[in-house]
Design a protein. Structure first.
Length: 285
């Protein structure tokens, strides 16, 4: 049995969707679900507290209710809960390190720009060394049966990213779509006539490189149909477009930190903000 799937709860509908996604995927993995809540409330959660009501009883009731609903919908699923003693970021990071997967809710489209996930979710997703899944509330109605979409880059070490994606596709008995996007060089924008020539000359070579990259994974997972899509342009836009038919999107995140601290990267940021289905960030070197 693998280690628990940890879910961060804060009383929002996005967190409830994350809990449901975690329950469904725990059954696929043969593991349990651990619900956690940090004592410091998020703004949405704080609004649900009555005047004079302390947070701890509310949090315990919220986790107990969610756990009961998950057990009712998924008989046989082991669900536990824990009130974290530290703040949201350190508490979730510590919990993630004790798990195989951390699942968080992400805010729906239409929220204030730059705060679609919330500062806690973005911070945690940028520093933990475990895969993190961000789930929107709209994802909770049913689990899509489309392919697992993964963004890959032949220039980077992506074994952990591809390994996670192929394993998820195998569990779901679905295919995997590997998307590689070659950004146009600066000179390609100098004249429209140069762009078609660039596409025609570069795409076949890139496809060969992607096929070489996928060869060992296709051999390891012979029952998973793996197709690749090579495009030229914006990786974020291509992955968001592919996500419309997907059940899950998997994107890599570099573990190196900048002088401004950890971050998730521009492509992952775009996908997290616009994907209609759950997105997994997988850390890699």
């Amino acid at each position: 049995m693998t280690r628990s799937i940890v879910v961060g709860l804060d009383g929002t509908e996005q967190a409830e969707a994350a809990a449901e996604w975690a329950a469904e995927n725990a059954l696929l993995r043969g593991t349990d679900v651990r619900l956690v809540h940090a004592k410091e409330p998020e703004p949405e959660a704080a609004l649900s507290l009555g005047e004079g009501e302390s947070e701890e009883p509310w949090a315990r009731e919220m986790m107990a209710r969610t756990a009961g609903e998950l057990r009712e919908r998924h008989p046989g699923l082991l669900v536990t809960s824990r009130l974290l003693p530290s703040g949201p970021v350190p508490g979730l990071v510590a919990s993630a390190e004790e798990s195989d997967l951390l699942v968080l809710g992400s805010r729906a489209l239409g929220s204030v720009a730059g705060d679609l996930l919330g500062s806690v979710g973005l911070t945690v997703a940028g520093v933990v060394e475990r895969p993190v899944v961000l789930v929107r509330a709209v994802s909770s109605a049913s689990t899509p049966r489309g392919p697992v979409v993964v963004g890959a880059d032949v220039r980077q070490p992506v074994d952990s990213v591809l390994g996670f994606a192929f394993e998820e596709a195998a569990r779901r008995h679905t295919r995997i779509l590997v998307v590689y996007v070659q950004q146009l060089p600066l000179y390609a924008g100098m004249g429209p006539a140069m762009v078609p020539d660039f596409r025609l000359s570069m795409v076949p070579e890139i496809k060969r490189s992607v096929d070489v990259m996928l060869e060992p994974w296709r051999a390891k997972y012979p029952d998973v149909e793996a197709v690749d899509r090579v495009a030229v342009g914006s990786a974020g836009l291509e992955l968001v477009a592919a996500a419309r038919e997907a059940s899950l999107v998997v994107v890599g995140r570099r573990t190196r930190r900048s002088t401004l601290g950890a971050h998730i990267g521009s492509v992952a940021h775009a996908v997290l903000h616009h994907s209609p289905v759950p997105v997994t960030l997988v850390p890699h070197d």
